[in-house]
Write a protein that binds this ligand. Structure first.
Ligand SMILES: [Zn+2]
Ligand SMILES: [Zn+2]
Length: 669
């Protein structure tokens, strides 16, 4: 070991004595919020010593790596608190998860949510005590002995599975845990956490093992970030689409058909309005709609590759004229029928219905056909994970030369749709070759590269999603961040050279030769069910006017104005608006409140004065500029000003004026 080494921090190299601590090597280059460092690409503690030349980058508390270290350190802090409060509890593992962490314990009795405040309090005490977090390296056998002596049999099992000869232990105060690290320098760096729940979990996720008690927590670099996160969780709970669906009378689920929604009249309006919108776009973008069978002989699924790759997710059914069996074995494709989980194979028959020439291409066919997929019951979740769905599905058959133009066209459509629906930013991923796939590796790499170029050309930020492509081709996945900062994968565009091969699709080139078309699978809203679920959570149920199941409700102040109220509702209906009159003999406040809860955008109140002047009094559900409030505004507002914003103002206007307002409400074309 030389006595001096060169450290490079932020591009500046300097010479320091060997054995210097990372903290000193950083020498002021790091801010107060630096909690660890990346040394030659590896994350380590600030207290570690350097024996060789190193490139050092400080890791800030609020960077992705920094947050991970904070969350893991908070898991340690929680384990320390738990073991001091509940003697006899053994520790197991405590990994980080999105926004936080969990730790699995083997306690004398399972923890409940009632234990959490006490544990949190202890954690705060330990954090305040500013305990130094130290890393100690010991031979593996010694570590095993130490933990065995402490009665930590799970830790001993973990240590025995480690291949390295030396292991690291982290100590804070009188508590220690086996860990790779790194960690924050001392417990005082852990400032913003909240324990969020308890659950049972099997040791190593295996149901034959002992049941452990898991505690979940959230942790952030600052109190502000934690508070915003907790507020978002609270809003998400209030906006849960399953709850809104029930409250707004949009859809129900029933055990009679698990995972398959019943759309009620109001929900069906949203569903059909979305389809109508897509149809308007189809006319503009040159798509033709087709209607194709719901069930097909299994032969089709065998030819398409679904039988081998997707059979577990399909509802199989009996061929009444055949042998009457359902056979889900590899050979079962020789008889029976299955309900379609996808439209694609059926669409190859639409293509092959005529002899195609290059002049027919691109052929863009769209299908709102109902699909069924046998999702596991444990995976079902409201409208966002269902067993039946319809997609705004389309397949484009084109020449290889037309592919990039077609991808561009569809990416443009994606932008049109999401802009119209009020989703501001889009992100994307390029999902590449999965383990189970059709076609050669070379073809996959080529098509993956083509999709990557299309994303670049269309200025869509993207990342690779390795191994997540469909079995027949790579795909572009479009992620749509909602108002609660969650990202939903909605639109997809998939390139497929395999299906045309399997179904022997051809076209005649301009030179008169036979060639293979390329198939592009694409959906923009994705599943309509899932999209409606996302839209409800994004808007909290306050839908854009054109999607609102009830656009206007006329409330009568007294019996004397019933006729006038009914006349207004009838006029609005005759103009094509979805309007109703509430003529019940109830207090106005009650009727207004009901209309507000039903998220009716236009609440029209009429009394005798209005009736005499043929005017109306309008209360709008939305803000001063008739917009739904952006969530970041909602989050930053004080309760008082939020109420003021939400407080509907009554505007009095002539009936004609109201009609003009309604007619001017934007409807995407
Ligand atoms: Zn650790
Ligand atoms: Zn498809």
């Amino acid at each position: 070991m030389s006595a001096e080494i060169t450290v490079t921090v932020n591009g500046h190299a300097r010479t320091v004595p060997a054995g210097v601590r990372v903290r000193e090597a950083l020498d002021g280059a790091a801010g107060r919020d630096t909690i660890a460092a990346r040394v030659n690409g590896k994350l380590i503690d600030l207290d570690r010593t350097l024996d060789a030349d190193a490139v050092i980058e400080p890791v800030a508390a609020d960077s992705p790596e920094g947050l991970d270290i904070i969350r893991h350190s908070t898991a340690h802090l929680m384990a320390q608190a738990v073991q001091s409060l509940f003697p006899g509890t053994q520790v197991t593992i405590g990994p980080t998860i999105e926004d936080g962490f969990f730790y699995d314990f083997a306690p004398p009795r399972p923890f409940t949510v009632d234990d959490l405040p006490k544990i949190e309090q202890k954690m705060r005490e330990l954090a305040k005590a500013d305990l130094k977090i130290e890393r100690i390296e010991v031979p593996r056998a010694e570590a095993a002995e130490t933990f065995a002596r402490m009665g930590e049999k799970y830790k001993v099992e973990i240590i025995e599975g480690i291949p390295e000869e030396r292991v690291s232990i982290y100590r804070q105060g009188d508590w220690m845990d086996l860990c790779r690290g790194p960690h924050v320098p001392s417990t005082r760096y852990i400032r913003a956490f909240k324990l969020t729940g308890v659950a049972g979990a099997y040791w190593r996720g295996d149901e034959r093992n002992a049941m452990l008690s898991r505690i979940y927590g959230a942790a952030f670099a600052t109190k502000e970030a934690l508070e915003e996160h907790l507020k978002l969780i609270e809003l998400a709970r209030a906006r849960d689409h399953r709850k809104l669906g029930r409250e707004l009378g949009l859809f129900i689920f029933d055990p009679i058909s698990p995972g398959l929604p019943f759309f009620l009249p109001k929900g069906a309006i949203i569903y059909n309005e979305l389809i109508d919108y897509m149809r308007r776009l189809y006319r503009r973008y040159g798509f033709d709609e087709v209607i194709t069978p719901q069930i097909y002989r299994n032969e089709l699924w065998h030819a398409s590759g679904h039988w081998d790759n997707f059979r577990d997710n399909m509802f199989l059914t009996v061929d009444q004229e055949g042998d009457g069996r359902i056979d889900s074995s590899a050979d079962g494709w020789r008889h029976g029928y299955a309900v379609k989980p996808m439209n694609c194979p059926g669409h190859t028959f639409v293509y092959a219905a005529e002899k195609r020439s290059y002049r027919d291409l691109p052929l863009r066919i769209a299908d709102f056909g109902r699909l069924h997929r046998a999702e596991r019951s444990g995976a079902l979740h409201g409208l966002t994970r269902v067993r039946t769905m319809a997609q705004d599905d389309a397949h484009i058959f084109c020449t290889p030369e037309q592919v990039s133009e077609e991808i561009d066209l569809n990416l443009k459509m994606v932008r049109d749709v999401y802009t119209a629906l009020g989703f501001e930013r889009l992100e994307s991923k390029l999902a590449t070759m999965p383990e189970k796939h059709l076609g050669t590796v070379e073809l996959w790499r080529e098509t993956e590269a083509a999709l990557g170029r299309a994303l670049d050309r269309n200025h869509l930020p993207w990342q690779e999603n390795p191994g997540e492509g469909a079995f027949y081709g790579p795909k572009i996945e479009i992620y749509v961040p909602d108002a609660l900062k969650r990202k939903w994968q909605l639109a997809t565009i998939q390139l497929d050279y395999n299906m045309p091969e399997r179904f022997d699709l051809t076209y005649t080139t301009s030179a008169g030769a036979e060639a293979r078309p390329v198939m592009i699978h694409r959906a923009i809203l994705g599943s309509l069910e899932r999209f409606i679920g996302v839209l409800l959570e994004h808007t909290g149920g306050v839908l854009p006017f054109w999607l609102a199941p009830e656009q206007a409700r006329v409330l009568s102040l007294s019996e004397k104005v019933e006729a006038y109220a009914a006349e207004i509702a009838a006029t609005l209906k005759s103009l094509g608006f979805r309007a109703h009159a509430d003529l019940r003999n109830e207090k106005l406040g009650f009727k207004v409140r009901e209309a507000e809860l039903a998220k009716v955008p236009y609440i029209i109140v009429v009394g005798e004065r209005e009736a005499a002047a043929r005017e109306i009094s309008l209360r709008r559900l939305r803000g001063p500029r008739n917009e739904t409030m952006a969530l970041h505004v909602e989050l930053s507002m004080q309760p008082a000003s939020y109420r003021a914003w939400r407080e509907p103002r009554n505007e009095t206007m002539a009936l004609d004026q109201l009609i003009t307002l309604l007619k001017n409400e934007p409807v995407p074309s």
